[in-house]
Design a protein around this ligand. Structure first.
Ligand SMILES: [Zn+2]
Length: 343
């Protein structure tokens, strides 16, 4: 199956795209007792069929076997000892492509693989592997979550700029995990926006509704190469109720009724009509996990969400809004330009 064929089919037949999901497994999550920790391509397709989703962007889970797992689970990022050459996500990205295009080809064309990247560790080695994978399989974008890698996002403007060059040359977008937490200097949403502003030849998606930071949402909306997704929207609304530092504090927060998720989702889509994209973060729409902050302290999350909550909320929106955030904007992010016709 060719990339161009897949794109043509999506433009012709797809109605609803989930822009943020994970396929694979996270053995570090599993052994630590966190939940969730896995989702196969088939598991995801079963969920998509249950929800009426035609197409999903998917990327590997967070842990990469590049790291020594025991150290990783203590918040220390050490390269694993190995006789074989290692690059971050080398195994996981190849595994994702094999799963989609070889092990379970029924999902090829419905699942669009994004390759997970680490901006700080051996970026040239990662690009080399990426070029090989992109030669072999249709690849649709890049993804990183620098908080959990303890990599600085600004490395994308320095030693990791070859990753952005790859995105630009192959005309594929970049999905970025965002944060506003004070103990997270790695994925601060405002620092991310500086990167986005400096590389307008690359399209970016800022995940998790920019943690509801109003100024960040405004800036993202004003940039021609920047989109924002709603991934794990319910648990983020819960974080507002808890006044958690994982979301913007009230003076900086987009003002809306976070106790009514559909109202909040609609208000944000109305404010930023060309920028917002629907995504579930499946299976991480619920999140029982641990995170080590910059002081080495463990932060524990216990965030619950029902299997159908994200789609149920989305379906409460007006049909034209569903089309915009569930298809039109996503098509532009994946294959085109902001504001241009989606079909
Ligand atoms: Zn995610």
């Amino acid at each position: 199956m060719k990339r161009t064929t897949i794109i043509r089919n999506i433009r012709r037949q797809s109605q609803l795209i989930d822009v943020h999901t994970h396929v694979g497994t996270d053995p570090a999550n599993f052994l630590r007792g966190d939940f969730p920790y896995a989702q196969s391509a088939e598991d995801l397709v079963v969920r998509m069929d249950r929800w009426g989703v035609d197409t999903a962007v998917c990327f590997p889970f967070l842990y990469t076997s590049y790291f020594d797992m025991a150290a990783f689970n203590k918040g220390r990022m050490l390269k694993r000892r190995s006789k074989d050459p290692l690059v971050p996500y080398g195994v996981e990205n190849a595994r994702l492509c094999q799963e989609i295009y070889e092990a379970y080809p029924a999902c090829a064309g419905r699942l669009l693989p994004f390759m997970f990247m680490d901006p700080s560790r051996d970026p040239a080695g990662q690009v080399e592997q990426l070029e090989r994978l992109a030669d072999q399989y249709p690849v649709f974008g890049l993804k990183t979550a620098t908080s959990y890698l303890q990599s600085h996002i600004t490395d994308l403007l320095g030693k990791g700029e070859c990753l952005l060059d790859f995105a630009s040359e192959h005309n594929v977008p970049f999905m970025l995990h965002t944060s506003v937490a004070p103990g997270d200097p790695w994925a601060n949403v405002h620092t991310i926006l500086d990167v986005v502003r400096k590389r307008q030849d690359v399209r970016f998606c800022l995940a998790h509704t920019c943690r509801f930071d109003r100024d960040a949402l405004e800036q993202a909306a004003a940039l021609p190469n920047c989109y924002v997704d709603y991934s794990a929207f319910h648990i983020h609304c819960d974080l507002v109720k808890m006044e958690s530092t994982s979301v913007a504090a009230k003076p900086h927060r987009f003002p809306t009724a976070y106790r009514q998720c559909a109202k909040a989702m609609a208000a944000i889509a109305t404010a930023y009509p060309d920028t917002m994209m629907w995504g579930t973060d499946s299976p991480y729409y619920c999140f029982m996990s641990r995170f080590t902050d910059d002081k080495g302290h463990t932060q524990i999350s216990k965030l619950k969400c029902d299997t159908d909550a994200e789609i149920t909320t989305f379906r409460k929106l007006p049909a034209t809004m569903q089309r915009r955030i569930g298809y039109d904007n996503t098509i532009r992010f994946l294959f085109g330009n902001k504001g241009e016709p989606a079909t």
